[in-house]
Design a protein around this ligand. Sequence first.
Ligand code: NAD
Length: 513
Amino acid sequence: MSEATASHSSTQQILDELGIASENSGAFDGTWIDTQGELVHSVNPTTGEVIASVRQATAEDYEQVAAASSQAFREWRTWPAPKRGEVVRLLAEELRKHKAALSALVTLEMGKVLNEGEGEVQEMIDMADLAVGMSRQLYGLSMHSERPQHRMYEQWHPLGPVGIITAFNFPVAVWAWNSTVAAICGDSMIWKPSSQTPLTAVAVTNIAARVLERENAPAIFNLAVGDRHAVGGPLVADHRVPLISATGSVTMGRKIGTVVAERLGNSLLELGGNNGIVVTDDADLDLVLRAVLFAAVGTAGQRCTTTRRLFLQKGIAEEMKGRLIQAYGSVRIGDPMDPSTLMGPLVNQGAVDDMMNAIEVAKEQGGEVLYGGGKIDRPGFFVEPTLVAAKAHMPITCEETFAPILYIFEFEDLDEAIELHNSVPQGLSSAIFTLNMRSAERFLAATGSDCGIANVNIGTSGAEIGGAFGGEKETGGGREAGSDSWKIYMRRQTCTLNWGTELPLAQGVEFDI
Ligand code: NAD
C-alpha cells in the first residue's frame, strides 16, 4: 500500500488535514473572502459524488483580490531575491509535509491514479527546489560600451502581479511551475484554477498562506475561483497584471491571447498538444511498448503531452499493433486510489461524450477501431483505452481529443513519417524510437520534429522540470519550468552609466552648441 493510502484511510481525514470544509470560499487575498458567487460542486469522477463545494468569486471579489495582489507586489519586490528564495524553500518543506494528503486530493478530485497524483505533488516540490537555486542566479549580461568611460549592462527587475490560469488535468503542478519562479522573481500572483478542480487550489493556497504568514511575507499567493464573467475575463483584461500565464485548450488560448495582445500585455500560453511517436524498423520494441502504454494510457489520456498518434514503420507495424492490442487488454482500469490501478476515469461526462463522438467521427473518416472504443458500465466516468488504425490526414487526427485514443499510422521511410508527424496544427511533444544514430539525429534536426519537445527512446509525456517546457504552433509558444524561462516573469532593463567628464553620443553623432 502506498504511503498516501496507508496514512489516509478516509476522504474526511484528507480534507481535514488540508483545511477543506464542506463549503469553502473561492477567493483569497491574504485572508479568505466571504465570496458571493455561484456555488461550484467538486465531483469525484470515480464515483460521481460531490466531495465538497466552493463558493466562487464575483467580479467585486476579484477586484478585492487584484487590489491586494498589487499591494503585496509593492512590498515583495523590495525583498532581495535570495530571501524570496528562502520563502519558496519553506514552501517546498510545507508541501513535503502534506504531500500524501495533497496527492490523494488530486486523485479524488481529478481522477488520475494515486501514483501520478504523488508525482504531481513531487513536481511542485522539485519546482520549488529549482526556483530556490534560481533565486541566486537571476543573471544579467554586461556589454562593452562603444563610448569611453561608459559601462553598459542589463538587469532584471520584478514584473508585477502575474495572472495564472490553470487547466484541470494538472491542477497543482502548473501553479507551481509558474508561482515558484514568479515568487523568486519578485512577483505576486492571482491564480484562477479550473472550476473543475477548485478544492486542490484551496488546499494549495492554505499551504502557501501558512508559509507567508510565518515568514511575515506579503500575501503574494492569491486565489480567485470563478467563471469567465466574474474572474477569467476581468483578470485577462486587467492592466495591473502585466503577464497572463494561461494553460489550457487552444480555443481558450486564442481568446485570452487576443485580449492580452489588445492591451499590449504579455502572455505565456501553454496549450493543447497532438503528440506523436515515430517507431522505425530497428527500434527496441520492448521499450516502445512500455513507453507508448504510459504515454497514451497514463492519466487516461488527459495529459497535454499524451501520445495521440503513433507512426509505425511497415516492417514492425503488424507485430507492434499485436503487442499493443494485447497490452491494452491487460490495463487495470478502476478506482485511482487503488495502487494496482493503471487507468482511472475521465474527468466528467462531457469528456466521455467527446471521446465517443471522436471515435464515431474517426470511423466515418475511414479509421478502424483495433481495441476498445466504448464506455465502461460503472459509476463515474470510465472508458476503454482505444486503438484506432488511421489513414494519413484524417481530419479528426489533427484535433486533440482529451481522452485515451491512440491513432496508428504506417509509413515506408522516415522522411514520410516526419512530414506526416509535422502536418498537424499543434507542436508540443514528440519522440522517435530508433537504435540508428542517423535516424535519431534526422528527427532532432531543424528539418525534423517541429515540436517544442523532441525525445529519443523516451515517450512524449513525463517531462522533467529542469528543461524549458512548452510547444510551438497552436500550442502557443510559451516556455515554463526550467532553463531561462524565469525571464518572462521579470522585466529587463538596459542601463548605460557614464563615469567620465565628456558626453559622447553613440554612432559618432555630434550635437554640440
Ligand atoms: P480549458 O481550456 O477548458 O480551461 C483551462 C483554463 O482556462 C480553465 O481555468 C478555464 O476556466 C480557463 N478559461 C477558459 N476560457 C477562458 C477565457 N475565455 N478567459 C479566461 N479563462 C478561461 O482546458 P481544460 O479542459 O481545463 O484542460 C485541458 C486542456 O489544457 C487540453 O487542451 C490540454 O492539452 C491543455 N493543457 C496544456 C498544457 C501545456 O503545458 N501545454 C498543460 C496542461 C493542459
